[in-house]
Design a binder for this molecule. Structure first.
Ligand code: ATP
Ligand code: MG
Length: 605
């Protein structure tokens, strides 16, 4: 299902209610978390009990695993968690869920920190820094595992992986108890310590929660909570050779950090009973503060024409289908940023798509619409000719006395409608007009199709912001390709002068003067995939790659763009929004602009 483009927002509707807001509001009303204490850092029940009443009304967290670059789906989760904390007097933690030593690295840690900050969020609040890493909790997780064993809630299982799988049963068959399930707590404790001390080989045993092998929820059939894995962790090095499983680690991380509302995507719904089971055991053992956090699930973002699987995105990078993680066609946050997306536009998008409990597809045009809305009143206008052909005004010397004569033209940097009341408009753009100007090749037709209003012999048009001209013909090369368009300039018709309207022009066309235009490389990006659901139903997403997702052209742009700095955004009149490339613009004196998006939603039309 594709949602239609959302209507333009009206004042006040940007904070629409949703089921997560309702849950938070109900908890605030009831004072569910009012008695919590916070010792200034994550910790167990005793640590928190010694603290002050928690100054944060709610605590949420964004818990990425540092195993890849964040993408637009993560942006939804970031905006949601940080946004809700902000709106309800709470604090959102950034937590690296780094419990899996094999795939994680500090490169990814740094990129995640950058991405969250760039989106406009901060984990610093009330003088403290709420950036945490789950690997700091390994000590507590181990202690909690021993407590579960002592309470008869966990056992070391030494079945082979195959037997364990076979004995788990399936949706229709209950599981079978492991022959190791009946071990005493003392036996289990001794064996678990041997696991920790490196006495057992990788994979030789796991610690399992002892719950119910016949549960209709397979996640409750004695899930594994610790495994043996000799791997060097990017943070804890070789301290541990056993590592907690994600489903065990995550609830504990939330509880140690005094998270109140733990928001995750729908695929974790079946894990919620284990989340609750585990935290109940650990709060009743007085290891964790009460009340424990609660988990709530929302639908993940699915965006048309986009894939958000980290594995598939890595494949695009590794196979050099794109130029890197920050290729402007990538849905990564670094890619969107380089493409020209702004933090405000992404926040607006997250707000507009809202949160629901059922999966659906959001149309890519909704994201583009948010960007246009953000840039409409901010991006300075400029003229750029992307497919240039020269236009020569053959009577220039006759009218102005010399072929070398030039004049200054001015145009506003922002249209009147973009200037808020009381705001000073930015200075006008100034550019020259001379005998020769660059125009778009498509703005001339020797034999005009019906209804064509631009340049053809005998027609009169305005060079926008300059003079009115009458087309007289063209010059062509041996192949019949137009090499020059010819026209006569009409005296006393310059824009902004009293005679400007004395001659009626059929159209106004964009142009830049040959004397002061700046050469620029313009990268015309389009969607990376031509299929709206590139990887749905196990499709080969590589075969859906859009062969025309990047076209590079040598363009001429107006001189006001000489001062453009990397990341500056512009509206190139009639062409759309462009950004000075944050990597290549200015390198070796070269100007490089990326197309962010067109002016209107034209995809597929
Ligand atoms: P992995 O397969 O590596 O676990 P992941 O996309 O789940 O990939 P995480 O680093 O675990 O990556 O995600 C961090 C947070 O972002 C999680 O809370 C997850 O629910 C959320 N998230 C990930 N993808 C989306 C998405 N498409 N829409 C909304 N939230 C998402
Ligand atoms: Mg995940």
């Amino acid at each position: 299902m594709t949602s239609p483009a959302a209507p333009a927002p009206t004042e006040g509707d940007t904070k629409a209610s949703n089921f997560l807001r309702q849950i938070i509001e109900a908890d605030l009303d009831k004072g569910t978390y009012a008695s919590r204490r916070w010792a200034g850092s994550p910790g167990d029940a005793a640590h928190q009990a010694a603290g002050q009443p928690d100054p944060a009304k709610i605590r949420t967290r964004f818990p990425p695993e540092p195993n890849g670059y964040l993408h637009v789906g993560h942006a939804k989760s970031i905006c949601l968690n940080f946004g809700l904390a902000r709106d309800y007097g709470g604090i959102c933690h950034l937590r690296f869920d780094d419990t899996n030593p094999e795939k994680e690295s500090t490169e990814f840690v740094n990129s995640i920190v950058d991405a969250v900050q760039w989106l406009g969020f901060s984990w610093e609040s009330q003088g403290s820094n709420h950036l945490y890493q789950a690997s700091d909790y390994f000590g507590f997780m181990y202690r909690a595992a021993e407590a579960l064993i002592e309470g008869g809630h966990a056992y070391v299982d030494e079945q082979s992986a195959d037997d364990m799988r076979a004995n788990r049963g399936d949706f229709t068959t209950p599981g079978k108890d492991s022959p190791f399930r009946g071990r005493t707590p003392a036996e289990n404790l001794a064996r678990f310590r041997e696991m920790r001390d490196g006495k057992l080989a990788d994979g030789a045993a796991v610690l399992r929660a002892k719950i119910d092998m016949a549960s209709p929820n397979i996640n409750l059939r004695d899930p594994a909570i610790y495994r043996i894995r000799r791997a060097t962790h990017h943070h804890t090095g070789d301290t541990w050779c056993i590592y907690p499983m994600y489903t065990y680690a995550h609830p504990i991380e939330d509880a140690l950090e005094q998270i109140t509302h733990s928001f995750c995507t729908l695929e974790f719904e079946d894990q919620r009973p284990f989340y609750d089971w585990l935290l109940e055991r650990l709060t009743e053992a007085s290891l964790l503060a009460s009340p424990p956090p609660r988990q709530y699930e929302f639908a993940r973002l699915n965006l048309t024409y986009v894939i958000t699987s980290k594995r598939k995105l890595a494949q695009l990078v590794n196979e050099k289908r794109v130029a890197g993680w920050d290729d402007p066609r990538m849905p990564t946050i670094v890619g969107l940023r380089r493409r020209g997306y702004t933090p405000d536009s992404i926040q607006l998008f997250a707000e507009r798509i809202g949160v629901t409990k059922s999966d659906s597809w959001i149309d890519y045009s909704v994201l583009e619409g948010c960007l246009r809305e953000d840039l409409e009143n901010k991006a300075h206008r400029a003229m750029a000719v992307l497919d240039p052909v020269k236009l020569v005004m053959t009577n220039w010397a006759e009218v102005f006395g010399s072929d070398a004569h030039t004049e200054d033209c001015t145009q506003p940097a922002l249209p009147h409608s973009a200037i808020a009341e009381g705001q000073t408009p930015p200075p006008d753009r100034v550019f020259k007009i001379g005998k020769e100007v660059w125009i778009e090749r498509e703005d001339f037709e020797e034999v005009p199709p019906k209804g064509y209003k631009r340049l053809f012999p005998g027609n009169v048009v305005r060079l926008k912001g300059g003079y009115v001209i009458e087309c007289t013909g063209c010059a062509k090369d041996a192949n019949g390709q137009v090499t020059e368009v010819h026209a006569k300039v009409i005296a006393n018709t310059k824009s902004g002068t009293p005679g400007a309207d004395s001659v009626k022009a059929k159209a106004a066309i964009t142009w830049v003067a040959a004397v002061d235009a700046i050469a620029a490389e313009v990268r015309l990006y389009d969607r990376l995939f031509s299929d709206p659901h590139p990887d749905a139903g196990g499709k080969d997403f590589l075969s859906a790659l859009n062969p025309n997702s990047l076209k590079v052209v040598q363009a001429w742009v107006e001189p006001s763009l000489a001062s453009a700095k990397p990341d500056d955004k512009f509206q190139f009149e009639r062409h759309g929004y462009f950004v000075a490339d944050r990597v290549d613009h200015g390198v070796g004196g070269k100007a490089v602009f990326n197309r962010v998006t067109g002016l209107k939603d034209s995809w597929g039309k």
